[in-house]
Design a protein around this ligand. Sequence first.
Ligand SMILES: CCOC(=O)Nc1nc2cc3nc(NC)[nH]c3cc2c(=O)[nH]1
Length: 372
Amino acid sequence: MPFPFDISATDGRARTGLLRTPRGDIRTPAFMPVGTAATVKALTVGQVEQTGADILLGNTYHLMLRPGPERMERLGGLHRFMRWDKPILTDSGGFQVMSLSGISKLTEEAVTFSSHVDGSKHVLTPERSIEIQADRLGSDIVMQLDECVAWPAEESRAREGMELSARWAKRSKAAFGSRDAQALFGIQQGSTFEHLRRESSDRLQDIGFDGYAIGGLAVGEGHAAMCEVLDYAPEMLPADRPRYLMGVGKPVDLVEAVWRGVDMFDCVLPTRAGRHGQAWTWAGPINLKNARFAEDEEPLDPEVPCPASQDYSKAYLHHLVRTDEILGKVLLSWHNIAFFQALTAAMRAAIAEGRFEQFRRDFHARHVSNGR
Ligand SMILES: CCOC(=O)Nc1nc2cc3nc(NC)[nH]c3cc2c(=O)[nH]1
């Protein structure tokens, strides 16, 4: 019995709803802060909860290397380990193996790789990835092991990756079995080829998943090319199940993807850029390192309900960034996650009230043009 996904309103292709899980409801459109190594970097789970986040993402690649799947299980699983009792989605590890571990080998059977930490050898099969995510980490939403083909890809290479991912989708579903308290998402591949994405979507639906992710994007193709794929890819997936665009993205990417029917997102940008002095505000992105903030006594963004956004002057944040103080990383990460949550909350309200087109126009006028 898949998690109930109650769509409460639609506006054009945009949807807003509730994905109901045993550990809590996820309001969609939803942004998932990334908690790579069992922590959303620089923030306590209390601060993350205060931003309004309903769900976090955990990375299987990092956690299987340290502290290791069996140790994590002995410690009660990921939720207990990091004291986050709301939903967690874990990735399958495949994408990070290819992007982080030096040596990796991809065969029909598995991905074999050397740890970027100590060089130790590891094997990830679709079955082992499911076991780690569902049984050792205990995540609520499990992702199939897939192959994310680099961009740009020749059609033949994109087809190979899409077909391997589809075969691994079948093996993942068989290994996952039928569970009521956890969900399994399939991943659509096919690079920028519409007919390959169509084939991928059809094969995933024949297998049947609780939700469907759109993979193979945000890999260097750029905003325009990503939007061209999103002009058709989300609607190839079942309308009554959540659609999750992986690794995305900047605020404007979220607005344009929700406009095209996407429900869930994850991205390291808010925390990573926050650690380097970048803040997103309703008036566009700013970098606090810039000298123009040295005596600016205004807060980051009075419209964002978060202490980091309201209680500190930009002059103070400029100082913290210039001196590379830890508190600067904390406050900017906290603000950015709160901004992404405020953005998804505003989109949910706009869709519910049938005014998302106006919201999108205002957002471009206020946030995008200034940022340019
Ligand atoms: C989050 C679940 O992801 C997976 O298990 N596989 C997967 N992950 C991706 C992560 C990505 N991040 C970006 N940009 C920052 N693009 C991504 C694509 C994939 C993907 O195709 N497949």
